[in-house]
Design a protein around this ligand. Sequence first.
Ligand SMILES: [Mn+2]
Length: 307
Amino acid sequence: MTLDLGIGNITEVDVANEMGFEVIIIDHHEPLAGSPAASIIVDPKQEDDPYPFKGLADVGVAYNLCLEILGKDISKNLNNSFLELAALGTISDMVPQVEQNQEIIELGLRSFKNTFRPAFKAFLDILGDGKVFEGSLPKIISALNAAESLDFINESYLLLVCPSFEKCKEMAQRLLDKNRAKQVQVKNIIAEVERRISQKPDEPIIFEGDPAWKLTLAGSVASTICNKYEKPAFIYKKMDKESCGSVRNPKGTNSVDAMKECDSFLMTYGGHAQASGFRVKNEHLEKFEGCLNKFFKNNSGGNAEKK
Ligand SMILES: [Mn+2]
């Protein structure tokens, strides 16, 4: 079962099928050309999908699916528990806070104030004597985002399902510390990107990568750089043979359209107009960058009307 990805992974789903997996995709990203051969695909952005609201974060899609599966059997407490998670996920995915997103956030945060979940109690205890205050949510969200996977299990998951308050406090503190360290690393990468782009101020995009940069930080770096310079920002980690990166685009430009245009150089890509990702063979990096520069030279802001 894939969450928040899969709609663009035609090849990977074929491989999974060959290996004997049954694949279910629960995604909210834009479909590319063709759909993967999964047995079930839930994605409101599919062309023939009748769901009226297309702006859900993937956590919102998952929440709706839970309601659909559990039907009337869902208890008030379980629903509140889901809503707390859906609210946090919806806020952190930075989707527009309208329609069902707004509803999820409102109901989820109402429940959050009296949360039963030891993990959230632990955060609130560390951050503000157990009470919710103005800045507690962003702090909790960034801490959960700073988690890494240990043996393929995400630390945030382990924290969110941990029943012991004392243990949760240790884990929450560790994530808060990790987030602080991450902020320092992000700042250092941004400084390096800015040093490099000062040499070439006239390029229509910012396209920078390095073997030393952590892929998990690429999104944060790209966001800051894109906001500051108001240019599409492609930030990647260069590995032995391939590079993998995150993209952030100013409003009115479309990163997925740009990569569609340049997809002959790419291994995979996908996401949203304003935030997406890609994987590319290192020998194609230069051609990919050239193609993007050409696309954005010809389409600076021109896509605003299209969407
Ligand atoms: Mn997403």
